[in-house]
Each structure stands twice: as structure tokens, then as C-alpha cells.
Design a protein around this ligand. Sequence first.
Ligand SMILES: *Cc1c(COP(=O)(O)O)cnc(C)c1O
Length: 360
Amino acid sequence: MIPIAKPQIGQEEIDAVVGVLQSGMIAQGPKVEEFEQAFAEYAGSGYAVAVNSGTAALHVALLAHGIGEGDEVITTPFSFIATANSTLYTGAKPVFADIEPDTFNICPAEIQDKISPKTKAIMPVHLYGHPADMKAIMEIAEDHKLVVIEDACQAHGAECLGKKVGSFGTGAFSFYPTKNMTTSEGGMLTTNDREIAEKAKMVRAHGSKVRYLHECLGFNLRMTDIAAAIGLAQLGKLTGFTAARQKNADLLSTGLKDVSGVSVPVIKEGCTHVFHQYTIRAKKRDELGAFLMENEIGTGVHYPIPIHKQPLYKELGYTDSMPVSEKAAAEVLSLPVHPGVSEADVQKIIASVKEFYARE
Ligand SMILES: *Cc1c(COP(=O)(O)O)cnc(C)c1O
């Protein structure tokens, strides 16, 4: 079986966890601080604040920017549900803007159309590891004095305009086991604004800077030193992981680009794509997925139902139609691209996709 995702855990991660367990400091402590510094440096941001999930990083980012009841946050409906839910947690309203058909990322012209006097922030997602159009998004944000919160949960190390994603606005990263690097569960907020970093640290720990003095409503969203130790080991390997993903993606695209029925991922000029997912558009998507499964190749659909069509959002009264997202949801299929996929695996994937369409 070639799985769609597989965390790369080695002896370094095991030794690091054992070391923390033996130290006796097993909640948030010195490893978290070390991981924050190392990640800030990697991500090209002044500050990094570790939390216990990517969802928490988005939630804390919104709260640190003072977003809440009465505010609107413009985001994409073609993402994991956490993107929009983080806004709901604060009492603010997610407003959806449709995506671009080639990168699957939020469309700047659609953002422009959705701006109202209540708009406080734009939350683009760097979906599958391909940067959103940050040039256009930062221009819109500047014109309308909006905060930008980048959902970089799938895009560790991706770059556009010579900068790492998560360093344009306030960034949110996930370290869930399927992501480009993991801490088991975990997340990180990145920012160049010292004040936002300080607020984020308070929100993560019950609104407290000084022990037992609580200045605002906060939560317990802390990362453990056990998770941070895994993260430090993974961060040291991330460049290699990314190169392996990019190599696999390149081989897949070379093998699949002329297959009728398939469109392979694009990489926009000036962007690096870190291939959290290698996602094609495929004719007869569900049949292809089933055929690959019979051939012991795992696939994924990211995502089968756009967020505005989820029962929760229907219940909240969302009725807009988002045709580009809805079409994408019916056509996308992710193929294994992670560092555990060998060159022989890639050749098997290509041959199996070709075999499927040859039978059609
Ligand atoms: C994974 C993911 C999240 C949430 O991260 P968790 O660590 O699972 O909470 C948010 N947004 C996107 C786009 C994701 O892929």
C-alpha cells in the first residue's frame, strides 16, 4: 500500500521525546521557547508563538488582532473547515470569496467584491502548499486597512515574491501528523509585530503574562515540551522533506501532464510550491480513486464539500453559490507525494492512472 500520508518519525524524534520525559519538564518549558526561536528564523518572521494546533494558531491570531463580534473576515470556502471555524469561535462572521481555478487559492477580485464596512481581515489559505496571490492580497489589505492572517497550515517553507508565507501578515501553521512537518498535534503563529506576539502569548495562557494576574479572556492552548522536542527534530529535516515532495511532484507531473482526463498542478511564476498535497483535476474522479485503491494506492479528496455547503454553515444561513469551489470539490484528487513515496512508487502511480484512462 502507498498511503496518502505518512509521518516521518526517526530515532532523533524518539530520543528527543525521551530526553524531555527524563527532564521532568513535560508541559510548556524551554523546548517550546527553543522551537519558537528556530521556527521564527526558518519562517523569516520576527516572532513565533507555539500553540497546540493549527486551529489554535488561527484562533489566537484573530483574537490577538482584536477581531470579534460584529466583524467580518473574508476567506476561502475551499479549505479545511478549521479555516472558517476559527473566525466563528471569535464571534466574527466568515465571508466567503471564491477561488481561482488554477491554484485553487482565494481570488483577489472576489475578495474586493466582498469588502464591507464590517470587514476587518482577509484570511487567505496557501492551499496544498502553493502560495496565495500575496501581492494582490497585500495591496487590497493596505488600501482598506485590513489585517491579513495567512492560513499557512499546509505551506511550511513555501515562498512568493522572495518571502516565506506566514511572514506577509500574521501566519498560522499546523504540525498535525499529515502536514509537511509534525509535532503530533501542534501549531505556530508567526508575526513581525512584537505586540501581536505578546497578545498571542497571553491568549494562549489564560490572558496572563504574570502568574495569577489575568488581563483578558484567554484559553489553555499551550504546546508541550514533548511536542516541541519532536518539532525541533522535524524542523531540522524539513528542507529535505520539502525537496523530496518537490521531486516526487515533478516526476508525477512529467508522467501525467499528457494524460487526457488529468490536469496536473500549476506553479505560478515567482512561487515555490511545497506540495503538502499533489492534487490533480481528474475526469471520473471517484472511479479513478476507487481504481487506485484497488491497486493499493491511497488517494484523498481535499475537499469534497466546500465550507459554505457544510451542514453547519447551511444552518448558519449561508446560501451563496461559489461555482469555482464547487466545481473543484467535484474534480480534485490528491495522489501520494510525501517523502515516504519512492521513485518506484511514483512510477506505479503514473502507470496506474494511465491504465485507468486507457480502459475508458
Ligand atoms: C490542518 C489545517 C488546519 C488546522 O490545523 P490543525 O493542526 O489540524 O488544527 C487549518 N487549516 C488548514 C488549511 C489545514 O490544512
